[in-house]
Design a protein around this ligand. Sequence first.
Ligand code: ACO
Length: 335
Amino acid sequence: MYHSKIAGLGYYVPSNVVTNDDLSKIIDTNDEWIQERTGIQERRHIIRGEDTTTSMGVKAAEIAIERAGVTKEDIDFVVFATLSPDYYFPGPGVLVQRDLGLRTVGALDVRNQCSGFLYALSVADQYIKTGMYKNILVIGSEVHSTGLDMSTRGRSVSVIFGDGAGAAVLSREEDLSKGILSTHLHSEGQHAEELSLIAPGMGARWVTDIIADNDPNDESYFPYMNGQFVFKNAVVRFAEVINEGLEANDLQVSDIDMLIPHQANLRISQFIQKKFGLSDDQVFNNIQKYGNTTAASIPIALTEAWEKGKIKSGDTVVLAAFGSGFTWASAIIKW
Ligand code: ACO
C-alpha cells in the first residue's frame, strides 16, 4: 500500500487574451455585467491552427514532467479529463501518448466536466495506491471558444468559459502521512440536462437528419446552462464534499491551509469562503484572468498557487469541484 503525491505541476494557456470589452464587440454584453455576476475580467481563446485541447495538454504535461524530475520513459499511464476532445473518438489520452512519445502506456479519458480533473486524480491515485503504477500523468484541458453561442441567446454561458490546460504528475509516496489522503466523488444524473451540450451525442445526432436538415444554429449544438439552478446546487454540494473530505481525515476547517475550488464563478468561490470562514490567503482564485476552464481550472489554479509560493511542504490542501452531470468531488492532500 502506497500513497500518491503531486510531484510536478504545469499549465498552459493560449496567448490570445479576450477581455470583456473585446467580447462586447461581438456579443451583446458588457464588462460591468460580466464582472458583477462572475468576477471574470478576461479569458484566453485559442488561435485557429495554433492550439487544440490535446496540444495544450501536451504543453502543460511537458512542464509537469520536467518539474517532477522524471522522464517521459518513467510515465506509466495517462488520464486525460476534458469535455472538449479534439475528436469525437479517439479521446485525447492516446493523442498525448503519441505526441509525447510515451512508449505504449495505457491512456484513459475521463468525461466528468468541471469535476473531471478530480475524478482523473482519484483514478490515478487508486492505481498508485495499489502499486500497479509509479508515475501517472493527469491532464485537464479544454477548448471552449470554438463552440460557444455568440448570439444573445447564449451570452450568459459564452462570457464565462475560457480555454487552457493544466497537468500533474502523480508519483508514488511511501510516507503514508503525506500525499493524497482521500478523494470523494459524487453524481446526480437527474440534473444532467441543466448544464449540457446535447449534440453531437449519438442520442441527438442522426446523421441522416443532419444531412437532410443541417441547421448550425440549432440550440442543441451549443452548451446550455440553467445558471441559477446550477448556482444553488453548486454552493450546497461544494460545502458538503469539502466537509466530507475533512471528516474522513479527522480535520477541522482551521486545518485548511489552501482551498482551491474549481473556478466556476467567483461568486460561488466567495460564497464557499464565507461559509467556511476562510481568509483570502486560504482560498486561491484566478478565474478573473482565465474564466471558467472546466476540467483545466483546478490544475491551472493549483499550479499558479504553487508557483506563487502559496503552497508549502506540510500544508493541507483541499481541492473541490462541482459541475455538469451534476458531478462533484474533493481531494484532501498533505503537501
Ligand atoms: N451580458 C449582459 N446581459 C446578460 C448576459 C450577458 N452576458 N447574459 C444574460 N444577460 C441578461 C439576461 O438577458 C437577463 O436580462 P433581463 O433581466 O432583461 O431578461 C439578465 O441578464 C439576467 O439573466 P439571467 O440568465 O437570469 O442571469 P443570472 O443573473 O442568472 O446570471 C449567471 C447568469 C452569471 C450564469 C448566474 O446564473 C450564475 O452565476 N450562475 C452560476 C452558474 C455558473 O457560474 N456556472 C459556471 C459554469 S458551470 C460550473 O462550472 C459549475
